[in-house]
Design a protein around this ligand. Sequence first.
Ligand code: AGP
Length: 362
Amino acid sequence: DASDIEKGTYPHYMLKEMDEQPGVVRKIIQEYSNEAGELTIDDQILEAIKAADRLYIIAAGTSYHAGLVGKQYFEKLAGIPVEVHISSEFGYNMPLLSEKPLFIFITQSGETADSRQVLVKVKELNYPALTITNVPGSTLSREADYTLLLHAGPEIAVASTKAYVAQVAVLAIAAYVTGKSLGKGVVLDLKQELAIVANGIQTIVDSKDELEQIAEDYLKIARNAFFIGRNLDFCVSVEGALKLKEISYIQAEGFAGGELKHGTIALIEEGTPVFALATQEQVALNIRGNVKEVVARGANACIISMEGLNEEGDRLVIPKVHTLLTPLVAVVPLQLISYYAALHRRCDVDKPRNLAKSVTVE
Ligand code: AGP
């Protein structure tokens, strides 16, 4: 049928979509460049962001995880404070709002009911809203004042991969352009750094054999798994855990390395898989300390570090990219490891049990 054609020679949409990620980043660079070749966003949207005294990011699932990264971008590059909220919680637990809020909805499908409910409320209150979505003309795009598109192409697999990378890249661009326009002394050359990211992702998707082996070594018989990181690596850890849960049904938890000793370390047993990310220079030593703690209790630790911060014994070293952009690259091995873990367990990778691609009910 038509869907088979679209999948081409790939056994699963998820694999195809992970492979598309370098191209998605390049496409976004192109779509968000002006005639002079500089990164840009629509003027009206730029003005709306600049007019806000605080941004409220609202999203669910993987899109929420992208929002956690986006918060750091807007705060570090543009100096605008940001709160990130889970859509379904926002209704009951609406924070005290600042004087000039801008709501940013991150949603691949643009159809997520939990997020839409918040948007309806926000519009009732007459606050401005921007939707970042992959689907032009989707409900959340139509009902918001502004839209930024992800340009990732249709995402069919239930497990979101290329949309996450696209969301993080678009958030980086929006924050960067805002920071420059506000004269925040932004020093990085984001366009060039994103091109380096695209190449870095390519290197990882070209290392499938190695990632399949990691999945086999760490997850073949695992009942549970832990993902730890600090700072931006923490944001990626929670996404890695979600990916593994939804397609392999292995119970997984992502958390901040420093939180281990506050409880979770009690769960570490002989052979428990622990994936530790070490891409953030500032905290690389601390996370290695956490790895020692879990290894001392029998954990089977898989360190994924970044070039320049790597040490002997690290299981995977990802290519070096700008420290703010590591989530775009570090997430990819976690996606692929989850994919192979699910395959080993003969799970239905593209259509995991109990899940729908977009959750249009509350
Ligand atoms: C991701 O792999 C999930 N399937 C899910 O968490 C998803 O990100 C969430 O339902 C939000 O969807 P949206 O981005 O289309 O709003």
